[in-house]
Design a binder for this molecule. Structure first.
Ligand code: UTP
Length: 226
């Protein structure tokens, strides 16, 4: 199976010495050994937010702040590359074409961000669309897509399945509330809607769930095209 995994930075690198980096490398290696073709995109997490806040304090504009964010996503990507050793391409690809070439060669491309104006959720979705992936996994800090913010509302329920159109509605609604965090960003949801991709949103704090998603047995939300 061809699988793209988008790993939230706060999931992979909540702190610089994160044990999740080797844990993710183990899971990705095992999936590779089982014959799956893999592509990975890594987010910036708390370190990106610290740099962005510091840059804002210095008067940087929004594009400059995005550029700081991209730089941190690539640093995080390099940590995972270090842990994957010769299974990964040696540097984070700067564009989707290069990532696709690395995949064709049989290595795992580990991307960070690309250009200003979006997040790594969108980069991962575009990579999955570009390489014609069978499955896209969003490994996030929430265990799926909920009908309300589970941190704020005890009665929030998780969707077992969603259409991409419904995902766009849910994410757009969450985006309106200041301070709330969507499980997947709106551009990623729109890209999913135009593609025929099958996707899963799951709790990335347990990397084994990625294997579960590939095997069709997980506790997240399935996004199934109409
Ligand atoms: P993330 O993808 O990590 O943002 O990119 P996020 O989803 O808010 O955070 P986590 O990792 O899931 O916790 C960090 C920042 O880098 C810039 C944006 O400013 C983004 O908020 N970025 C990232 C880009 O401008 N372009 C990209 O392709 C990726």
């Amino acid at each position: 199976m061809k699988v793209v995994v988008s790993i939230g930075g706060s999931v992979l690198v909540p702190g610089i010495e994160s044990p999740r980096v080797p844990a993710y490398a183990d899971v990705l290696r095992s999936l590779g050994d089982a014959g799956h073709d893999l592509g990975v995109v890594v987010g910036g997490g708390p370190t990106a937010r610290e740099y962005i806040d510091a840059g804002r304090g210095l008067g940087a504009n929004e594009i400059e702040l995005d550029q700081l964010g991209v730089a941190v996503t690539r640093l995080n990507a390099r940590l995972l590359i270090a842990a994957l050793d010769d299974r990964a391409g040696p540097t984070p690809p700067r564009d989707h074409e290069t990532a696709r070439e690395v995949m064709r060669r049989g290595d795992i491309p580990v991307m960070g961000g690309t250009v200003a104006g979006h997040t790594t959720d969108a980069v991962g979705t575009a990579l999955a669309e570009y390489v014609d992936a069978d499955l896209l996994v969003y490994a996030t800090s929430v265990p799926g897509v909920f009908d309300a913010d589970p941190g704020e509302n005890e009665s929030a329920t998780r969707f077992e399945t969603l259409t991409p159109a419904k995902l766009v509605d849910v994410v757009a609604d969450i985006g309106i509330d200041a301070g709330s965090k969507a499980p997947v960003d709106l551009l990623a949801a729109k890209l999913l809607q135009r593609s025929e991709l099958r996707a899963v949103v799951l709790d990335g704090t347990d990397p084994e769930q990625i294997t579960g998603a590939v095997d069709g047995d997980h506790e997240g939300t399935d996004i199934i095209p109409q």
